[in-house]
Write a protein that binds this ligand. Structure first.
Ligand code: CA2
Length: 147
């Protein structure tokens, strides 16, 4: 059984505690449960992680690249949070590993502040999802199953 790796970046541990109009009221633990159910449906094992540190995300992407090369990983769903808009290092890690990756945002970043309109992740991603709320996570897992 292949693994779906779901990586969450900075401040996503605060989900459900503030800004419910933007991000909804579900917590990251609730999101993990949604992902568990989607993985059970699509025959994946779930590996669900969150970090507030850019270098940790880079290390996890390298690990994902090795797992994909070994045939044990279906792909990565990455909500890089604010690093989406700043991180050349994440862009390079995705390109450098060749990992199959879906960029995901809970909110529609294009309907928000101008500084959220640019993504360093998008040019390196296989697909991009934004604005589906936390339901985007199970949708992205279903999409991984279709690749
Ligand atoms: O819409 C998304 O998923 C974002 O990736 C979330 C990031 C934001 O910087 C991106 O522009 C879009 C922010 C995550 C922080 O989430 C919080 C949730 C509740 C309370 C405080 C922060």
């Amino acid at each position: 059984m292949k693994t779906a790796l779901v990586l969450n970046g900075p401040n996503l541990n605060l989900l459900g505690t503030r800004e419910p109009a933007v991000y909804g009221s579900q917590t990251l633990a609730d999101v993990e449960k949604l992902c568990e159910a989607a993985c059970a449906q699509h025959g994946f094992t779930l590996d669900f992680r969150q970090t507030n540190h850019e270098g940790q995300l880079v290390d996890w992407l390298h690990e994902a690249g090795r797992a994909q090369a070994a045939g044990t990983l279906a792909g990565v769903i990455l909500n890089a949070g604010a690093y989406t808009h700043t991180s050349v290092a994440l862009h390079d890690a995705i390109k450098g590993t060749g990992v199959t990756l879906i960029e995901l945002h809970i909110s529609n970043v294009h309907a928000r502040e101008a500084f959220r309109h640019h993504s360093y992740i998008s040019p390196a991603a296989k697909a991009v999802m934004a604005g589906f709320g936390v339901k985007g996570y199970p949708l992205a897992i279903a999409a991984l199953a279709g690749f």
